[in-house]
Ligand binder design. Structure first.
Ligand SMILES: Cc1cc2nc3c(=O)[nH]c(=O)nc-3n(C[C@H](O)[C@H](O)[C@H](O)COP(=O)(O)O)c2cc1C
Length: 266
């Protein structure tokens, strides 16, 4: 495991050879493939060395200009940091049809080349917001690392079959819990939840709990990543998807795939 407590300062920085960069790009592609396995805590032992090298560079100097790879590398640092209890906690912002924003903390269940996934009830405020305004902003903050990442993009609900599959993978207790709450309705007292739990446990066999129809998985497809850090150096880099025929001036640069990036005053 790479420990973030070792610090990132490096006195001398090696130059990149073309072979190194080529191998690095091959490794990133492999990493994309691995991430498709829907697991944010991926085990990418073959990339460990690459991550070590990536750590030696500030955002500005890094040869990596693929935002997902940078996110993955920062996520891994956060997961390895003793001070970060759960790196997957993010703040999710949605907005109503009339533009009223709301925020809440959420677990990011997984992320990969397709986007960032979370689960919730479509009947909640965020669920209602996303029905009429399917666009969200996510913000991760890993305090001990002095790093934050904002991700923005359109949101879609995963097909029922995929939500069913993900629900089936959940532990029985969590499935029961999901059945016991609407996360929205008013109740007389919290004892109501205990009564409901007994009913749900009696009703469903542990191996056959159906997904409540209003409980869904959502995917945010990033079109903007905004990385901010005070760690090695105060830095901020914004990646955004290029628009068709967009003219690029000296302050916007071409990243990997169809990403553009800009250094922003932090
Ligand atoms: C650390 C943390 C993680 C949470 N994760 C989730 C989650 O993954 N899904 C969810 O629906 N609510 C989660 N919640 C509860 C939400 O913050 C929120 O209260 C709830 O979803 C209702 O949100 P809404 O009424 O704004 O739609 C979490 C709360 C905390 C503090």
């Amino acid at each position: 495991m790479i420990s973030s407590q070792f610090g990132y300062a490096l006195i001398s920085k090696p130059m990149f050879s073309k072979t190194f960069l080529r191998n690095f790009m091959v490794a990133i592609k492999r990493c994309d493939k691995d991430m498709d396995k829907d697991n944010p805590k991926f085990t990418l032992s073959d990339l460990k060395e690459m991550f070590e090298i990536q750590k030696q560079y500030t955002l500005e100097e890094s040869p990596i200009k693929d935002p997902l790879f940078i996110f993955q590398s920062w996520y891994r640092d956060a997961a390895d940091s003793v001070g970060v209890l759960n790196p997957s906690i993010m703040c999710l912002a949605t907005s109503s049809k009339t533009g009223i924003p709301s925020l809440r903390y959420m677990f990011c269940e997984s992320f990969d080349t397709k986007g960032f996934r979370f689960f919730t009830y479509n009947t909640t405020r965020k669920g209602q917001d996303l029905k009429t305004n399917p666009y969200a902003s996510l913000c991760f903050y890993w305090a001990p690392l002095l790093r934050s990442v904002r991700v923005e993009g359109p949101v879609n609900v995963l097909p029922s079959s995929e939500s069913d599959e993900l629900f089936n993978r959940r532990a029985y207790d969590m499935q029961v819990n999901i059945h016991c709450s609407t996360q929205s309705d008013r109740i007389q007292s919290f004892d109501v939840l205990n009564e409901r739990e007994l009913i749900v446990r009696n009703k469903f066999d542990p191996s056959k709990v159906p997904r409540p129809e209003n409980f869904c998985w959502y995917n945010v497809s990033p079109i903007i990543y905004d990385f901010w850090q005070l760690r090695q150096k105060k830095e901020r880099i914004r990646f955004r998807k290029s628009k068709p025929d967009e003219k690029i001036d000296g302050l916007t640069r071409k990243g990997e795939k169809d990403w553009l990036y800009e250094f922003i005053e932090p």
